[in-house]
Design a protein around this ligand. Sequence first.
Ligand code: MG
Length: 365
Amino acid sequence: MKITQVRLGRLSVPLRVPFKTALRRVDQVNDIVVELHTDTGAVGYGEAPPTGPITGDTAGGIVGAIRELIAPVILNQEVDEFETLTAKVQKAGVHNTSAKAAVDMALWDLYGQLHNIPVHKLLGGARRTLVTDITISVNPPEEMAKDALDAIARGYDCLKVKVGDDPALDTARLAAVRKAVGNDVCIRIDANQAWTPRQAVRILNEMQDKGLALELVEQPVAAADLEGLAYVTRNSWVPVMADESVFSPADAMKIFQTRAADYVNIKLMKCGGITNALRIASAAQVYGVECMIGCMLEAKIAVNAAVELACARSIITRVDLDGPVLCSVDPIQGGARFDEKHITVSDDPGLGIHGIDPGYFFEKK
Ligand code: MG
C-alpha cells in the first residue's frame, strides 16, 4: 500500500451553543481534514482544528505545514514502513503539532486497514464503551447553573467547568453549579492558565472550604510556569492536572520527574498524534501518573482517533472527549458511536471512518 495523494479540505460544523473559556469564544468547528489516498484505493482520514490560543496553529498554517513540510516526506512511501513513516512526519519541521496529528492519525488509519484490524486492537486494546465528561462554558453564575442542569438532564454525571476569565467571580460560579446539581455529580474545573500561583491556591482552597468538592483543576497557571504549577500542586487541596504545560513527551517527562502536577491531559493536537501520545502514556505508566484524554473543538475524525487510543491504555483513566456532542450535527460516516456521555469504539479496520457528508466538507484546491 503506497501513498499516492494527499488531499486537504475544510470541515465546518456549527456548535450547539458557543464555547467560551478564559482564552476564547468559538461558535463553529472549522477544521482541516486530510485524506491520504493510496494505490489500493484505501483512504486514511485525519483532522486538525486551528486552535491558535493553545497550539498556535491556524487553518492556513496547518494547510501550509502539510503541503510544504509533511506531504513531501510521505508521498510515494509504503504504509508498511510504518515506524519510519510516522517518524518522518514528526521530524518534518518543528512545532505544527496539529498538522502532524492529522497526518499521523491518517497513517494509523491506513496501517490498520492494511492489516485489517481496528487501531485500538493494533495497540493491544479491547472494544470498550468510554464515558466522557461535558464542558460547561464560562458565563454568569446563573447561566452556568442552568447549563449544568441541562447536562445532567442529558445524562452526564461529570462536568468540566470552565473558569478563570474573572477570578473574583469563579467561586460564585462554582457554588451556583454545585448547588444546582447536588453532591453526586463529579465537577472538575479548567482555568486555562488564568491564575497566578498564589491566586490559584487561595481560590482553590476557598472553593474546597465552601464544600464545592472539586475532583481536580486543569492548568491553573501559565503553561511555561512549571515552578508555579508545582507550587499549586503542593499547596492546593484540589489535585492539579497539567494541560497546556504538556505538549511533547519530553514536556510530560519533566512533569513526571518533578511531580509538578498530579495528572496530565493528553491531547493529540498538542503532541502530534497517536504516535507521541503513546510515548506520553508509556512514560505515565512508568511513573504511575494517571492521564486524561482530551480534545480541542474537534469533530468525530480526530476525536475518534483519541477514542481508539483510550481503549488501549489503562493509565488513561479520565475521558474528556466531548467535541462531537458539542456539535449540532455529526457529518462523519463511521467511526465511534457518540451517544451523549457514552462513546463506543468502532470495530472496523483502522479508524473505521467511511466518509464525510457533502455540504460540511469543502475541498481545498
Ligand atoms: Mg484544558
